[in-house]
Design a protein around this ligand. Sequence first.
Ligand code: COA
Length: 186
Amino acid sequence: MTAVVAKENKVDGQRPPLQGVIIRDAVEADLPAIVGIYNAAIRGRISTARLEEVSVDQRLPWFHEHSPESYPLWVAEIDGQIAGWLSFHPFIRRQAYRGTAEISIYVHEKFRRAGLGRALLEEASARAPNLKINALVGCVFGHNASSLRLFERMGFERWGFLPRIADVDEVERDLVMVGLHVSVQA
Ligand SMILES: CC(C)(COP(=O)(O)OP(=O)(O)OC[C@H]1O[C@@H](n2cnc3c(N)ncnc32)[C@H](O)[C@@H]1OP(=O)(O)O)[C@@H](O)C(=O)NCCC(=O)NCCS
């Protein structure tokens, strides 16, 4: 899968156009950049419940859980640089939930607030039906305001709230589950 995002991504006329972004299936050579973005987020303590940084080798099995046809892992590339990534995972590995996927989205700090998160989520919503996915779920810490806002802006609704279930550096954190039903194409 490769998509070139060349359309204008403007909200209320305030944002410059988002152009030249290529969203494509990740290949193994992308993994160091993917892991680099992820480790920066781990250090930030806001976006992931993983608290220790990971190595490329440790993430290889995770990388191979994805494939272009089933639970893909995409990267967003700008001028040959990996600027962000989005992954699909089974929400719960039971048959009844096979149409529901959890998505994770990470944008390199250097490329934030440029519309990349929006572009990746738009692509996920648009392509989900072809992947036989009809509901997308995001699991977000309650203190991750930017991510909650992004999902909200993309039409996700708050489907769940799990109070104080995470311990991040001895601070209790809430988990918010956001979700979106995507239309199934005929
Ligand atoms: C959340 C994240 C993916 C947003 O990516 P981004 O490319 O910066 O987002 P966009 O530029 O597309 O912003 C889209 C909308 O999201 C919201 N948003 C994004 N960053 C925000 C911030 N720092 N504060 C408030 N709202 C924000 C805004 O509503 C924004 O629309 P607007 O600019 O028109 O107001 C990025 O901050 C990130 O990678 N965070 C760390 C990882 C993470 O938290 N992932 C979610 C858990 S899976």
